[in-house]
Design a protein around this ligand. Structure first.
Ligand code: G3P
Ligand code: CA
Length: 225
């Protein structure tokens, strides 16, 4: 079973920051999960919410600010909002990267940026898994560049999204730990799909996931493993 740090290492250092990602890289992880939104000047920025309010000292919508303006805001600890480009640079293909397309219209800018990195650095398609609850954005990726591995995110159980996963020719299904059953893990895997479960934050749930043959657990606490 593989371990991915959630929003970097969100349980240890402020989520979706370069500092949180650097913390996650201190542990023997296989990958990191991050959330992206598009800002006013066109860059992809790494932040979970549509607004700045919960995680920074800024206010309002991320999409109303340019990257220069966003860089003036910080978390309580003084950590800045990173761009996806800064994250690619920091990780430098040392582990896999699960990019969650959280904001609208992020699919095509993500494809363009990552293609460029794959072309000019040692990042490879195989390092990436692109997931979203916004399934139409996943179809956009499939139509633009079918080399990207697609992960179908769901708040429901695996069964609910098997049809869309099939249509997308997805690599994986990403259900919450709260809806997971051993039978559903088996069902997905019999159909050739990997199972990435979030957010698995106790040692007991990590053990149970392993027993159920889950492929990847996404955790706020990569230090548990
Ligand atoms: O990608 C798994 C998980 O991150 C989805 O939920 O709200 O933490 O982005 P959320
Ligand atoms: Ca996420």
């Amino acid at each position: 079973m593989k371990i991915f740090g959630h929003r970097g290492a969100a349980g240890l250092v402020a989520e979706n920051t370069l500092e949180s990602i650097a913390e996650a890289l201190l542990y023997p992880i296989d990958g990191i999960e991050i959330d992206v939104h598009l800002c006013k000047s066109g860059e992809l920025v790494v932040i979970h919410d549509e607004t700045l309010d919960r995680t920074t000292n800024g206010k309002g919508n991320v999409s109303d600010y340019t990257i220069r303006e966003l860089k003036k805001f910080s978390s309580e600890e003084g950590f800045k909002i990173p761009t996806l480009e800064e994250v690619l640079h920091l990780i430098d293909a040392r582990c896999n990267l699960n990019i969650e397309l959280k904001g609208k219209n992020t699919a095509i800018p993500m494809v363009k940026l990552v293609e460029e990195y794959i072309h000019k650095t040692h990042w490879e398609y195989n390092h990436f898994i692109i997931s979203s609850f916004d399934h139409p954005q996943l179809f956009e990726i499939k139509e633009t560049n079918s080399k990207f591995k697609i992960g179908v995110l769901t708040e429901e159980n695996i069964t609910a999204v098997l049809p869309v996963a099939k249509e997308l020719d997805a690599f994986s299904i990403h259900p919450p730990i709260t809806t997971l059953t051993n039978d559903e893990v088996t069902l997905a895997q019999e159909k050739g799909l990997r199972v990435y479960v979030w957010t698995v934050n106790t040692e007991n749930l990590i053990k149970q996931s392993k027993k159920w043959n889950v492929d990847v657990v996404i955790t706020d606490f990569p230090n548990f493993v």
